[in-house]
Design a protein around this ligand. Structure first.
Ligand code: NI
Length: 211
């Protein structure tokens, strides 16, 4: 009968474990330090980046198509009963308060989180209805999910009772991205157009710099 639980056997196994534990601690600390210093690893700085989507004409577009312009990026869906129409109307009203020269530097972009219903035609027409220069983008489920991930946008399908069309839960934030594609600031849902226009004007004139 072997006595596996004897103290004589426990002692050497602790000696073996100690260096392993020491190495583990070093590795964990190193990973922690690495993460802490990753550029753009935290907060707003990490918002945005490359995307590949489809516009109202069915053409593939990427962030490169908007290079050199400020992008006002909003994610939503055309069946949205109130939040999206409100956000996009406020954006449109803010753009109307700018000069033509200022407006020309801005690309308002609406990206759907509901590509199943929001085909290129649908999303293109919807965006245009809120502002003539607003670009509506959709894509495959994977393309849309990747874009939403890049912008840290939350969305989730919500099934309704009976035959009612499903809704999409989604964040309702409008992002302002610089001509280099980098995040500058965001407008939370319901920001008055005067405020949006004032902040846009400051970024466009260079009196406020990006983060
Ligand atoms: Ni919405």
């Amino acid at each position: 009968m072997a006595k596996t639980g004897s103290p004589k056997k426990a002692a050497p196994s602790l000696k073996v474990l100690a260096p392993v534990l020491a190495i583990l601690v070093v590795v964990v600390v190193a990973i922690g330090a690495r993460l802490a210093f990753l550029p753009g690893g935290q907060g707003d700085a990490a918002i945005g980046g490359p995307f590949e989507l489809v516009n109202g004409q069915g053409e593939t577009v990427t962030e490169q198509d908007f290079a050199g312009k400020y992008m006002l990026v909003y994610f939503g869906y055309t069946y949205c009963p109130d939040v999206c129409p409100t956000s996009l109307s406020l954006t449109g009203a803010a753009l109307d308060m700018l000069t033509v020269e200022q407006r020309d530097q801005i690309a308002p972009i609406f990206i759907t989180v509901d590509p199943d219903r929001d085909t290129p035609d649908v999303v293109g027409a919807y965006a245009k209805a809120f502002y003539p220069s607003m670009v509506g983008l959709t894509g495959t489920t994977a393309q849309v999910a990747a874009a939403a991930r890049a912008y840290k946008v939350y969305f989730k399908k919500v099934e309704e009772e009976g035959d009612a069309p499903y809704l999409m839960d989604h964040s309702a934030i409008t992002y302002l991205m610089g001509p280099d594609g980098k995040f500058l600031t965001h407008f939370s849902h319901g920001t008055p157009p005067e405020k949006i226009a004032e902040i846009l004007g400051k970024y466009l004139s260079g009196s406020v710099k990006g983060s």
